[in-house]
Design a protein around this ligand. Sequence first.
Ligand code: FEO
Length: 401
Amino acid sequence: MHNVRQVVDDLYWIGYNDHRTHLFESIHPIPEGVSYNSYVLLDEKTALFDTVEWDFCREFLENLEYVLDGRPLDYIVINHWEPDHAASLQEVLLRHPESEVISTEKGFYFMTQFGFKADKRITVDSGDTLSTGKHQFAFVKIPMVHWPEPMVTLDTTNGVLFSADAFGSFKALDGKLFADEVDFDKDWLSEARRYYTNIVGKYGPHVQQVLAAAAKLPIKILCPLHGPIWRDNLGYILDKYDKWSSYTPEDNGVMIVYGSMYGNTANAAQLLASEIVKRGHTDVTVWDVAETHCSYLISEAFRVGHIILASPTYNLGVFPPMKDFLNDMVALNVQQRTVGILENGTWAPNSGLEMRKIIDQMFEMYYLNAEVSFMSSVDKNGKKAIEDLADAVIESVKKQA
Ligand code: FEO
């Protein structure tokens, strides 16, 4: 049975809420699912904006045909060719060979690479327009958000922006189509941040360009390809995107990430957390790097201003899961953070030096003026070093308040 909701006059959501996939892109856990948003416009001409992941094509086609109700499909606008949005194109074209497919030049290259075929094509560039009758559309390319080829499409008649991956989120909608139908701060923000930081986080400068361009457009509604639609309080999500894409900490928080083979480095991390909280700063989170999927750690690294890394020495280097996290921070362009280091080693502590080598690959990273190095377990001297590190954290946190 079809599952469709109206967005505004003439426009319908016909996407799919996926609770079946465990790993998005076969990397990122999505315990609360994800939605693939697709939209249909009914005007003098009809238009489809993007499709859904192949696995959910049957339900999507049922929705499409229900909304079209026997009408031809004049246009298919593909804003983003990643298969979570474009994979069902071929099935749509089998049923609607009358459709003209609209995309960027690079988008059509990618279409061919993925093995899709479309005979009727309209290649568009930034500034090109389309009329479907009552509705007028303008196209704007948004390279590297999050692939090189995407564009956004603005309905200049009613201010609806089909924003591709921008302003998207992990988590299935489950009936709540609009951000104003949920408690976004409480129930969605962490998954929106985890989506942005891990999927688009590397490309902050490109997102900043999109935000600058968007500020000049008459946008009233944001229709992303994942997550809820924004028709109210757009400033909230625009502000989050501005912070994330400029690598500005969202909160004056401290994350303590530890790896621990026998519990001693974990103990040091917990001692540090207690010392910081005792000094009056309570936005402190503690993470076991071996137990936590890296996407959650990256998300928290974007949220906070201070990152404390505690690692045993392993093969004379960094504990492997910690090394993975640090390398992911480099890959996703994490920057402008203050870092503290705790190293542990039983005969040749060296993880601190090796962690610094990776951190030094990131932009504008600052070190606290205290570090901790201990042998095997925290003794009296180690406890004093942890207290000194807590003092340094508090001093730095106060400066950033
Ligand atoms: Fe949701 Fe870049 O695809």
